[in-house]
Design a binder for this molecule. Sequence first.
Ligand code: SAH
Length: 273
Amino acid sequence: MSTSATDSTPLQALNNIRVVLVNSAHPGNIGGAARALKNMGLSQLYLVQPREFPAANAVWRAAGAAELLDSAVVVETLEEAVADCGLVVATSARERRIPWPLLTPRECGQRAVVEAQTHPVALVFGREDRGLTNEELQACNFHVHIPSNPEYSSLNLATAVQVLVYEARMAALEAEKGGSLSYSDWDRPPAKASDMEMYYEHLQLALAELGFLDPDNPRQTMTRLRRLFSRVRPDDMELGILRGMLTAIQNHIHRTGGQGRPDQGRPDQDRSE
Ligand code: SAH
């Protein structure tokens, strides 16, 4: 679905930014989001288990953007929706318990446009009633919060989509004027979301085999490790090296037939969750 955007202009790169709606309850919001995308020059809508879709109300709210509903990609999990993305940004109406790298909507627009010139980017939106789960938020590189009235901070879903895709369009127009905004001089593409997920599984397994991770309570440590690697954003080759290291550690454990001492070096479990 995604364009290979290697040499794309900032405005073309908007087609490489997908909007992912997780578990939307109201088809009107899906239609409203489709309209917002087309108004701002984006075209990719992904729906993770929409509660009601296709729906007449979605078509009605989409107005002249109904073709985006026809081409919308419906998937079962957020993981599938972002698997090939190099940058995944989650939106949140609230502050979270574990702070995560944050972007303002403006920074989000700029970063999304710059990166979409080389790899697919996802902007992820949550359920109308309860947003995204902690697990879904932790599957993303950055969080973005629209700095609304703290006493009434939650925007309508389609309105929140409108704000972020507007920022992406403004960033693209700005970049078109200013000329050369390229991703960076980096020599490798960032690791894809699906490869990061496989890495976390591998890491958890190896750390458990090593006796470092409490297999009954891996959650807190894994959350913090996820946040660490989210911040670092390894490229594909760095991730390959990390996986190779884990395999070497596992081979060593299997060869010596031993487990690490479970009481050594294990981090204090954070009881707050
Ligand atoms: N009661 C929910 C609100 C969800 S609003 C909660 O507290 O999380 C539905 C979705 O709209 C959110 O998941 C988010 O994707 C988006 N949204 C609403 N207000 C937002 C804001 N101020 N900043 C960023 N995203 C917002």
